[in-house]
Write a protein that binds this ligand. Structure first.
Ligand code: PMP
Length: 364
């Protein structure tokens, strides 16, 4: 068989291990497995969204409203933009794919930080584009500008807050980069975890409206994290209409499901749920900071719903990951990102209790 040669250089994206796998492989009861690996919302789904899923179950034979009018209206009102500034994707992942396919080709390149969301690289490689990275995982102006001037990439990815590190870039610094880049380069501002950063410190708060004056900039958001709909796969891109219209050329019809659409419409309006999610997170993440400080290892200050613990040569993230997995605790090992580190989604109080119990025993 002859596959496209670009595939030779692509590593399959490894998602956080599912609960079912730990149940199967280690014989642990499902209720004893704690999954803190995929940055899902630990308190679940907005009750209004869950109700909409049930209410629409009998409409599963119908395609969704392909205009997604109601969801776009809800987002337009939340962000004070127009509905033709918005494109909906099956997760913001799908919007990333639209951007990549709309912009990249074999002579193109992309620029991103040293350690950032793995799908940027995968989508770019699918198009045969070259990947350039800055030296730091943080989004540093000087490093981005030096690489930008050298490579003139077609796309720059600014992931703030950044996954898998958890740090954020201030609005001032993001705007500084955007202002220094000309319109031939598309700048993607990926705000998948923005709700957590905005709630923590307003200098990191970026809204789609802050970027709408730039024709080459697109803001990405998702319902998978603070809005608790990871399993429904709904995300969005917001930018100037001309850019959004180009992305529409890449979109298949009915690209999110009838149930996903119904759920996202309700989740979008349920600000109480988001506030509750963030309040729990802010209270629980303090335990993770205190634990690291008490144990004497470093962590990256987090603006997301997870925390990244950094280990020295006395601790190996892969050994710790394996030992935790056998005990039914799933976290994310960052060895594949070249870091001796692990990323832990902040769970409920009970999930975090279980994590600390097992983690303390593993490192003892
Ligand atoms: N961007 C970032 C930075 C992410 O971490 C993720 C999910 N892990 C996504 C985009 C995609 O999210 P989704 O497709 O669930 O909207």
């Amino acid at each position: 068989m002859k596959f496209n040669k670009v595939l030779r250089d692509i590593k399959i994206y490894e998602a956080g291990k599912p609960i079912e796998l730990v149940v199967r492989e280690y014989g642990i009861a499902p209720e004893d497995v704690v999954k803190l690996a995929s940055n899902e919302n630990p308190i679940g789904t907005s009750p209004a969204a869950a109700k909409a899923i049930v209410a629409n179950a009998s409409k599963a034979h119908l395609y969704p409203d392909d205009s997604m009018f109601e969801l776009k209206a809800a987002l337009a009102s939340k962000f004070d933009v127009k509905d033709d500034n918005i494109i909906i994707g099956a997760g913001s992942d799908q919007v990333l794919e639209f951007i990549s396919r709309a912009v990249l080709h074999e002579d193109a390149s992309v620029l991103m930080s040293a350690v950032t969301f793995a799908m940027y690289e995968i989508y770019a490689k699918q198009m045969g584009a070259k990947i350039y990275r800055t030296a730091s995982y943080e989004h540093k102006y000087d490093e981005f500008m030096e690489a930008y001037r050298m490579y003139k990439p077609e796309i720059i990815y600014l992931c703030t807050p950044n996954n898998p590190t958890g740090d954020a870039t201030s609005k001032e610094d993001v705007l500084k980069i955007i202002n220094a880049v000309d319109n031939d380069t598309v700048v993607v501002v990926d705000g998948a975890y923005m709700e957590y950063a905005s709630a923590k410190d307003e200098q990191y708060a970026i809204t789609p409206n802050d970027l709408l004056g730039f024709e080459n900039v697109i803001y990405l958001g998702t319902f998978s994290k603070a809005y608790g709909l990871g399993g429904m796969r709904v995300g969005y891109g917001i930018g100037q209409t001309e850019l959004i219209n180009e992305l529409y050329k890449m979109r298949p019809p009915f690209n999110i499901s009838t149930l996903s659409l119904a759920a996202a419409i309700e989740a979008c309006k349920d600000e109480d749920f988001v506030a509750k999610s963030i309040a729990l997170h802010q209270e629980q993440i303090k335990r993770y900071e205190a634990f690291a400080e008490a144990q004497g290892f470093k962590y990256i200050e987090s603006y997301t719903n997870f925390i990244t613990y950094l280990f020295d040569e006395n601790m190996d993230s892969t050994t710790i990951f394996d030992a935790l997995l056998k005990r039914g605790v799933i976290i994310r090992n960052l060895a594949s990102y070249g870091m001796n580190a692990m990323r832990i989604t902040i769970g409920t109080e009970r999930q975090n209790d279980v994590f600390f119990k097992h983690f303390s025993e593993v490192i003892a």
